[in-house]
Design a protein. Structure first.
Length: 536
């Protein structure tokens, strides 16, 4: 492997919300193609598409009914081929979302499997209940039962996610062969790799009930087991033929498990997403938010920097609230958005930007559940209601954490629907688009968008920032500072997370300040971030 992905910046697109070309209110592939010049100007080298496959959209595309077809809402296979070609012409590789823990219940495999005599029966986990009880006591990820009864089969099927997402059974070797064919189909079309959805839970070693009552009861039977490692090694053999890149979304993975999944000698994944830092403002589960303490974020990031050889650097994705709303300062929003960007591009690893992050998009401004589309949020709201949680309290929890916070349409300009669509958008547009939008920032040289461009260019031009070592210097709720050292010298990065000036002892030549200063005197302004270069 050439490890080309270590030098690039990844931009994640949630196709449904990025750019609508035909006025039906849903983003599409031609819309993405129309914005490739903007991504090239930003400095993007890899484009990650959330699912564009055929799907009933029970979970907005993460319930796939045909892996080798494009959802007509997004366009055609010709559009997809055109996107890959146009991106390549601009030096941008395309990676796709690979969702292989489960399929849609509308998938032909599942529909055939409902017949107990079908050769597809063992593609999924079908089990009889016992004396009116479910096959086991496991709990699922979306706040609902993980077994669903099917009248035609007179049996239950396993779904760790929504009931329309049936888990595949890799104990049947034919399932892995099907997945290998799907990989080759897309790699032959020029796709450069895959983001692998919930990839560390593929293998279930048994379906026994669990004696442990926890948030995910039964998870000891599927979290990061040897069976999953074996599957990934088989998949990697194909990917290496194409010099393709993989990044795995992992559930509750430790740094040791991340290493087990990614060390080159193991031949599994190239990288994984670690989410420990994304849990710094919660208790037990993401719906129970706490006050944000910067030191918790910094300590988690630093831990992964020190214990995992190569990291993915991310503060947002399609499942998480917006980072500016979570980790930013209400008094200094622009400065703190730039501070978070400085953090993202100066740690060791491959940076991932989520659409709209580069212009400082924030959580939605919805006022009720009627405006929410996310299936997970709706399930959690029903669950909380069953516990007699008052409506206002339920809404506060949903509003702060719902996945729809990241899924509101991209804010391109001050026109109708933020320039996302000429029609009626599938999900409401945040009303702050009038002053938070791409067009306005493109015209402003001191904008967050241009700051992103500067950081990406700085990283690309520095071997130290690309691959140098990481050494933490100080971590408090006010200061996070660290040193990057490498072949072209050393950089000291100092971040003032507080709303007050901060005196620091570091010396060096100022390379970049998120305040736009050309001087450095050892005093950082509120939410100021500086990159210093060691004086020769």
């Amino acid at each position: 492997m050439s490890e080309w992905w270590k030098k690039e910046v990844v931009y994640q697109i949630y196709p449904r919300s990025f750019c609508d070309s035909n006025g039906d209110g849903i983003g599409d592939l031609p819309g993405i193609i129309s914005k490739l010049d903007e991504l090239q100007k930003l400095g993007i080298g890899i484009l990650w598409l959330s699912p564009v496959y055929a799907s009933p959209n029970e979970d907005n595309g993460y319930d796939i009914s045909d892996y080798c077809a494009i959802n007509p809402e997004y366009g055609t296979m010709t559009d997809m081929e055109h996107l890959i070609a146009e991106a390549s012409a601009r030096g941008i590789r395309v990676i796709m979302d690979l969702v292989i823990n489960h399929t849609s219940t509308a998938h032909p495999w599942f529909q055939a499997s409902r017949d107990p005599q079908s050769p597809y029966r063992d593609y999924y986990y079908w089990r009889k209940g016992s004396k009116g009880k479910l096959p086991n006591n496991w709990t699922g990820f979306f706040g609902e039962n993980c077994w669903e009864y099917d009248d035609r089969s007179d049996a239950y099927y396993l779904h760790l996610f929504a009931k329309h997402q049936a888990d595949l059974d890799y104990h049947n070797p034919k399932v892995l062969e099907e997945i290998k064919s799907i990989l080759r189909f897309w790699l032959d079309k020029g796709v450069a790799g895959f983001r692998c959805d919930v990839i560390n839970i593929l293998w279930k070693d048994s379906l026994q009930s669990s004696p442990k009552k926890m948030i995910l009861t039964g998870s000891e039977h599927y979290l990061t087991l040897e069976g999953t490692h074996a599957i990934l090694r088989e998949i990697r053999k194909i990917l290496d033929e194409y010099d393709a890149f993989t990044v795995g979304e992992t559930v509750f993975a430790s740094t040791k498990q991340a290493c087990d999944l990614t060390l080159p000698e193991r031949g599994e994944l190239n990288t994984v997403f670690g989410f420990e830092h994304m849990e710094c403002d919660q208790k037990i589960v993401k719906w129970l938010k706490t006050d944000f303490h910067p030191a918790r974020l910094a300590k988690a990031l630093s831990k992964w920097q020190l214990e995992v050889p190569w990291n993915t650097l991310n503060l947002e994705n399609h499942d998480q609230p917006r980072s500016l709303s979570r980790f930013g300062s209400a008094r200094y929003p622009i400065q703190s958005a730039k501070l978070l960007a400085t953090l993202l591009f100066t740690l060791r690893g491959t940076p991932f930007i989520y659409q709209g992050q580069e212009i400082g998009m924030t959580n939605f401004d919805f006022t009720s559940m009627e405006q929410v589309q996310d299936v997970e949020s709706k399930n959690v709201d029903r669950l909380l209601q069953s516990f007699h949680i008052p409506k206002k309290q339920r809404w506060r929890m949903i509003a702060r954490t719902s996945r729809d916070n990241a899924r509101t349409p991209m804010q391109w300009n001050t026109g109708k629907n933020a320039g996302f669509t000429a029609g009626n958008p599938w999900l409401g547009v945040n009303s702050n688009y009038r002053f938070v939008n791409y067009a306005s920032q493109q015209e402003n040289p001191s904008s967050l968008l241009h700051y992103y461009e500067k950081l990406i260019a700085l990283r690309r031009g520095s071997e130290t920032l690309l691959s140098g070592t990481y050494c933490p210097l100080k971590i408090t709720d006010e200061e996070f500072s660290y040193r990057r050292a490498g072949r072209d010298g050393s950089y000291t990065i100092v971040l003032n997370f507080s709303d007050k000036p901060l005196r620091v002892p570091y010396e060096g030549n100022l390379v970049l300040s998120n305040y736009g200063y050309n001087r450095y005197d050892g005093i950082l302004q509120p939410c100021e971030a500086v990159i210093l270069r060691e004086r020769s």
